[in-house]
Design a protein around this ligand. Sequence first.
Ligand code: FMN
Length: 363
Amino acid sequence: MTFFKSESGVTPFYDPNKSYAENCEKGPFGGFADGVVYKNEKEPTHDFLGHKVYLPFGIPAGPIPNANFCKGGFEKGFDIIMYKTVRTRPHPCNEFPNIVPVQAGTKLTIEHASAGLTMGKTFKKPIAITNSFGVPSISPKEWIPDMKRAVELAGKGQVLVATYLGTPGNGEEAFIQDWIDGAKMIIETGAPIVELDLSCPNEGKSSLLCHDTERVVKIVKAIQPIFTEKNIPVLIKLSYFSSDKKLKDFIEKVSPYVAGFNAINTIAGDVRTENGEQALPGKGRLISGVCGAPIKWAGVDMVKRMARLRKELSLNFIIIGTGGVTTPADYKEYIQAGADAVMSATGAMWNTDLAKEIKAENL
Ligand SMILES: Cc1cc2nc3c(=O)[nH]c(=O)nc-3n(C[C@H](O)[C@H](O)[C@H](O)COP(=O)(O)O)c2cc1C
């Protein structure tokens, strides 16, 4: 079995050395299983889409695959938890391993990622991983009640965000219908906020849905009335946009239908072993999404550009900054760049005290 040590000795709350099924069944692990509960004091004062939170900080869609993990995250003081992206139908997980270390240096540029990356031997600082799950989903019959439970697990000053995506297959009309069906299922869970995952590299291989503005407009136009009727704000998860023109066009056309944007997802690149072989087993898995410390620049850059556009176009969407947050200083950098909320996936996995540390400096 593939086994990658963490040089810090930490077992992440989602354990990369265990299969997805084992994580879902027996997790969470590490700090989320130590029984130590963070206690918030005073009253929550930050507004997050109509919900009062202690700190607009949390965990984005990904390492939190079910309600047991949500419980672990809320108990450690992560006030905004996004439940891992679900689908309207069961979908298998890519073959194990799904998370491996990559050698990405301190800053992973788009050019570097496009040229390809080499897998690392251990998980070490600055933490950089590639994740490749294929957006697995259990059946809605199972995830709807589990997400319902997750919604209820949010304590005072905390909120759960549902995330989902449509599955392509039988033509454009069926694809849009799948997004609509998904919206109805999410409503059944009682989730107060939803995020549309338009940026998973496993979905479109090299072409991401979020880079196809016209298609995104079709989706948001179709689902917006369903969520608006229930007063559920819609967020959009974005990848990095290199072109300012494309980003402006996207924001202008999509923002009328949504409450905000969350950037970024991962930076996609080919990942090989030191011998030049495909690192992750299976078809279509040479390319995967890199996340962790070296992608912070890209998240901060997107937040700054979206904040500029928000002002320039006199719009009022919220901006969530995600990517490479591993310290309280990173949180501050995102807030100063214009983020209304900040998320950490990889950083939180390896440091379950991250929310506590950020709160110690900011509350
Ligand atoms: C284990 C793992 C699984 C992920 N799965 C999803 C997912 O299902 N949906 C999604 O929108 N993003 C997913 N992501 C991307 C994260 O939400 C986030 O955008 C990205 O990891 C960058 O943040 P980070 O540098 O803090 O990890 C996943 C990330 C990780 C680490």
